[in-house]
Design a binder for this molecule. Structure first.
Ligand code: ADP
Ligand code: ASP
Ligand code: MG
Length: 463
């Protein structure tokens, strides 16, 4: 068995789902279990609808609900066999009726709880997985829909739920293999439920995580993440379009890149894969013949120090300074106790005897935090920071990487620098306005020559 996960753009239209059907059919002999995201930008739309509802914007949410139904109905009708049209309409009626009632309920309450966010955002994957199942049948594949909420069991931390692995693995192992022996199993990513059957979600981008959990639960031979890029690239293409394809990367490197902002993979994805040692592939659903990126436990020898550059945007830097703390103990403790009190995770830290710089990505309680810090220290804040992170196993035993970073960034102000405890990354903070210059300079410095065993050079595009 293999798990094949298709992201939002890969199932955004009838044409996209048709491509997906072709890709899956070509691998039918490997007994694929297909995990799909919501179609296109549906999750964002659902959240906008919820926002309009609690904002009392009735006309707006009614129109948005109509648009969403039209979109699903229009694309689905193109790929659902005539014989199944009535079933499709019944299904859409039922789903949108339920959803509309839920949204109206929110409008009355005027309040959005994490639990209701999950209830609303789950509709994207509920719709897409069912539509894709009917579509596969249209293309002559026996397909069976499994509601992920019956097999993925989580805690109650709505919008960021954590799987109950023993229970989930037991259910997956019991349910999926017998079905996969006969048909292509199709499931929605991202959605799950509590023991009591209340809908939860695994967090934004969580369909990758679903795929990995399913893969581990059924001991799949491979987990394939099909998306809209050729694989893991040497730079985030939304910042620097000229990145090269990384052919192979280790679990540890991929996890680090994902954590530091490489959206192509949800950061938790590699955890179940590592546990069961299942290789993960990143592949392009528009160019299925490109071999993509292979993520495995063993690292392949690489002449380059760095594998890729990741960026985490919209970060805030807090600089704390206190001469009173010179030679005194407990400075760091007092600082972290404050961030802890306001449940604000700290990403990066750099310290000296009397000053500490750190980064946070949630500024919800920043005023309260600053108030408390200023009881014993000076504290200043720099918004619009970006963490830029170089990742590569070789960083740990190559001297001089920091020097190369500083030299190539001559003239750019580095707000903070830290070498992670894992030793396979060097991260630093720059201003958002310096981001493109920073990534361009680093990419030139670290990827001018490429180890052909590990990278495939992107052909220069001439206008
Ligand atoms: P999906 O909907 O298939 O899950 P995502 O949008 O979540 O797709 O992830 C794919 C996107 O990740 C790419 O379109 C790209 O813009 C972004 N991305 C960020 N960093 C990288 C990277 N290093 N390599 C490839 N893609 C990256
Ligand atoms: N549809 C969800 C999201 O947009 C999950 C996913 O696509 O991975 O976040
Ligand atoms: Mg994604």
């Amino acid at each position: 068995m293999i798990v094949m996960k298709f992201g939002g753009t890969s199932v955004e239209s009838a044409a996209a789902i048709t491509r997906v059907a072709g890709i899956v059919r070509a691998r039918e002999a490997r007994r694929p279990v297909v995990v799909v995201s919501a179609m296109g930008k549906t999750t964002n739309k659902l959240l906008e609808i919820a926002g309009a509802a609690i904002g009392g914007k009735r006309e707006e949410y009614i129109r948005q609900l109509h648009d969403l139904r039209d979109y699903h109905s229009r694309e689905a009708r193109l790929i659902v066999p005539l014989a199944d049209r009535a079933e499709l309409d019944r299904f859409l009626d039922e789903q949108f009726q339920e959803l509309t009632e839920l949204v109206k309920g929110l409008a009355v309450l005027g309040e959005l709880t994490p639990r209701s966010i999950d209830a609303i955002s789950s509709y994207g994957e509920r719709l897409s997985s069912y539509i894709v199942t009917l579509g596969f049948r249209h293309f002559g594949m026996p397909a069976e829909h499994v509601d992920s909420r019956d097999v993925l069991i989580t805690d109650k931390r709505h919008t960021q739920a954590a799987p109950n692995f023993p229970e989930t693995y037991a259910r997956l192992a019991k349910t999926i293999p017998p079905l996969a022996a006969q048909s292509v199993v199709v499931m929605g990513g991202f959605i799950a439920s509590t023991e009591d059957g209340v809908t939860t979600t695994l967090g934004r981008g969580g369909s990758d995580y679903t795929a990995a959990i399913v893969g581990a639960g059924i001991d799949a031979e491979e987990i394939q993440i099909w998306t809209d890029v050729d694989g893991m690239l040497t730079a985030d293409p939304t910042i620097l379009p000229g990145g090269h394809r990384v052919k192979t990367i280790s679990f540890a490197e991929a996890a680090e890149l994902a954590y530091f902002g490489a959206k192509v993979l949800h950061p938790a994805t590699v955890v179940p894969a590592i546990e069961k040692n299942i290789p993960v592939m990143i592949l392009n659903s528009r160019r299925p013949d490109v071999p993509g990126t292979r993520i495995t436990a063993e690292s392949v020898h690489c002449e380059n120090v760095v594998k890729s550059i990741a960026c985490k945007r919209k970060i805030t830097t807090v600089n704390i300074h206190s001469t009173r703390m010179l030679m005194a103990h407990g400075f760091l403790h007092r600082i972290f106790e404050i961030f802890d009190r306001y449940e604000t995770p700290v990403d990066m830290v750099a310290t000296s005897e009397v000053s500490v710089s750190l980064t946070i990505d949630s500024t919800r309680h920043i005023d309260l935090i600053l108030g408390d810090l200023r009881q014993f220290a000076e504290a200043t804040v720099e918004h619009d920071s970006v963490i830029v992170c170089l990742v590569g196993e070789n960083i740990r035993h190559t001297p001089g990487v920091a020097r190369r970073v500083f030299n190539s960034l001559d003239g750019i102000n580095i707000r903070m620098i830290s070498q992670g405890a894992s030793l396979l990354n060097i991260s630093f903070v720059v201003a958002e306005t310096d981001l493109l210059r920073t990534v361009t300079a680093l990419h030139e410095e670290f990827f001018a020559t490429l180890d052909p065993n590990v990278f495939e050079r992107k052909e220069a595009v001439h206008a």
